[in-house]
Write a protein that binds this ligand. Structure first.
Ligand code: SAM
Length: 203
């Protein structure tokens, strides 16, 4: 496998990736830009409708060192300006992937994607997949089952968007299976020879 060439400056900041310079200010002709700072400010530097793909996992309001835990209503209200900015910079044929877990208050579970879905919907985005990421590690619960998943909501801004299926196909359950009913397709492969479409869960 070919590995990308990386070059770091004296402060260990990535300076080049595969021969492409890394810039720290947004410019339309820059191929790679790393904006360091609060994302609401960084997004404010970006023009509208430019981002083809946004992948983000925001703070989940669980009291990590980078966030101030608050109630669910205030948490959502605080993130709404960020949603406005993300939708503003997203290209008309762009995709936005929003990954969140569950917020727990007084032992009650609030699945954050339930709460974010209507906020994105009212901003005009359309859901294409709700993907479940499962994992094995984490705290063991004693009054309910242990939480072992997070969800990724894949939205698009419009009906025309990029979905490159062939490079991510997975092996078919019955490779080589053919149509067995008499008819014009008899004996031909019944599935795509490149494999089947991945499902909406993974680990
Ligand atoms: C749930 S974590 C996501 C971690 C990420 N998926 C990773 O693997 O590194 C949320 C991240 O958002 C960052 N963060 C929190 N508030 C931010 C803000 N206002 N602007 C930019 N990043 C922020 C945190 O430092 C943290 O790394």
């Amino acid at each position: 496998m070919q590995t990308a060439q990386t070059l770091f400056d004296e402060d260990c900041r990535l300076e080049q990736y595969s021969g492409k310079s890394i810039h720290e200010e947004f410019a339309q002709d820059s191929e790679i830009v790393f904006l360091h700072g609060d994302s609401i400010d960084s997004l404010g530097e970006c023009p509208p409708n430019f981002a083809k793909l946004i992948i983000t996992s925001p703070p989940y309001n669980v009291g990590k060192e980078y966030e101030t835990q608050t109630n669910l209503k205030n948490y959502l209200k605080a993130l709404e300006p960020m949603l406005d900015e993300l939708v503003r910079v997203l290209a008309p044929d762009g995709s936005l992937c929003w990954q969140v877990g569950n917020y727990v208050e007084n032992k009650e579970v609030f699945p954050l994607d339930f709460y974010f879905y209507p906020l994105f919907k009212e901003r005009g985005l359309k859901l294409r997949n709700r993907i479940i990421w499962t994992f094995e590690h984490g705290l063991h619960c004693s009054t309910r089952f242990s939480g072992r998943y997070e969800t990724l909501l894949w939205f698009t801004k419009g009906d025309s968007y990029v979905f490159n299926l062939d490079p991510v196909r997975v092996p078919s359950k019955y490779p080589g299976k053919t149509h067995f009913k008499p008819g014009p397709k008899y004996g031909l492969p019944s599935g795509n020879p490149l494999g089947k479409t991945p499902a909406t869960f993974g680990s």
